[in-house]
Design a protein around this ligand. Structure first.
Ligand code: HEC
Ligand code: HEC
Ligand code: HEC
Ligand code: HEC
Length: 127
């Protein structure tokens, strides 16, 4: 027979262990953001602000990393690279657009598809 005192002790311990476990989980799962939150592009056409956070996930427009960092298709665990790793300023490859075209096509293309987000030069480029 297990006495009711022993049972209470066991339940008490279980509850404490649960709370400790939950607190450790909460403390260690709040990681720092993986990606730069905001990126300011600076080119001859003026500054362009891109906000990762507003474009992402449930709190943003619901877009996934892979929708923009399309190279992730090959390796889902990889960290996204700069577009310039493949899209050079002057593209040599016929079917690989240069950096400006790659970014323009992706940013403006999606804004057109969603019928939301800026598509005019001056809404992105701030002189
Ligand atoms: C959705 C936002 C967006 C819109 C709309 C847009 N651009 Fe851009 N533009 C960008 C981004 C992002 C870059 C890449 C900047 C970089 O490579 O660092 C860029 C790059 C450029 C560059 C190259 C700058 C450099 O220093 O190499 C030029 C020129 C340019 N855009 C002109 C235009 C013109 C003209 C229009 C309108 C017809 C336009 N853009 C519309 C976002 C936009
Ligand atoms: C709406 C498009 C979009 C989405 C969605 C997106 N990114 Fe990005 N990300 C970009 C652009 C554009 C850059 C700038 C790349 C450049 O300057 O060449 C960038 C840059 C980065 C960089 C810096 C790369 C470097 O070395 O310069 C990292 C890391 C990154 N993103 C991670 C992520 C992760 C992780 C996610 C998903 C949680 C994500 N991004 C979702 C568009 C996006
Ligand atoms: C690991 C190399 C690599 C990286 C990194 C990469 N791309 Fe690409 N991208 C390519 C290649 C190769 C193609 C052409 C073949 C294809 O469509 O897959 C391409 C095609 C594209 C296209 C479609 C072609 C077109 O004419 O519109 C867009 C848009 C694009 N990339 C945008 C981006 C953007 C924006 C980034 C950064 C957020 C990026 N890419 C990062 C290799 C890369
Ligand atoms: C896959 C789709 C997608 C891509 C790619 C994308 N956007 Fe957007 N963007 C959106 C949507 C959806 C909105 C929301 C517009 C609204 O709700 O009014 C938006 C809004 C914006 C806005 C206005 C509000 C804000 O959040 O800052 C800016 C500026 C912007 N995008 C810049 C960019 C630039 C620069 C790029 C490329 C580097 C880009 N976007 C790529 C979907 C996209």
């Amino acid at each position: 027979m297990v006495s009711s005192k022993e049972l209470k002790l066991a339940y008490g311990l279980a509850i404490i262990l649960f709370i400790v476990g939950f607190l450790s989980y909460a403390a260690f799962s709040s990681k720092a953001p993986l990606q730069p939150v905001r990126i300011m592009f600076q080119g001859v056409a003026g500054k362009v602000l891109f906000d990762h956070q507003t474009h992402l996930g449930v709190s943003g427009y619901g877009i996934a990393c892979i929708d923009c960092h399309h190279e992730l298709e090959d390796d889902e665990t990889a960290t996204p690279e700069s577009c310039s790793a493949c899209h050079e300023a002057e593209s040599e490859e016929e079917d690989t657009p240069n950096r400006t075209d790659a970014l323009h096509n992706q940013c403006i293309g999606c804004h057109q598809d969603f019928e939301a987000g800026p598509t005019e030069c001056a809404f992105c480029h701030i002189m």
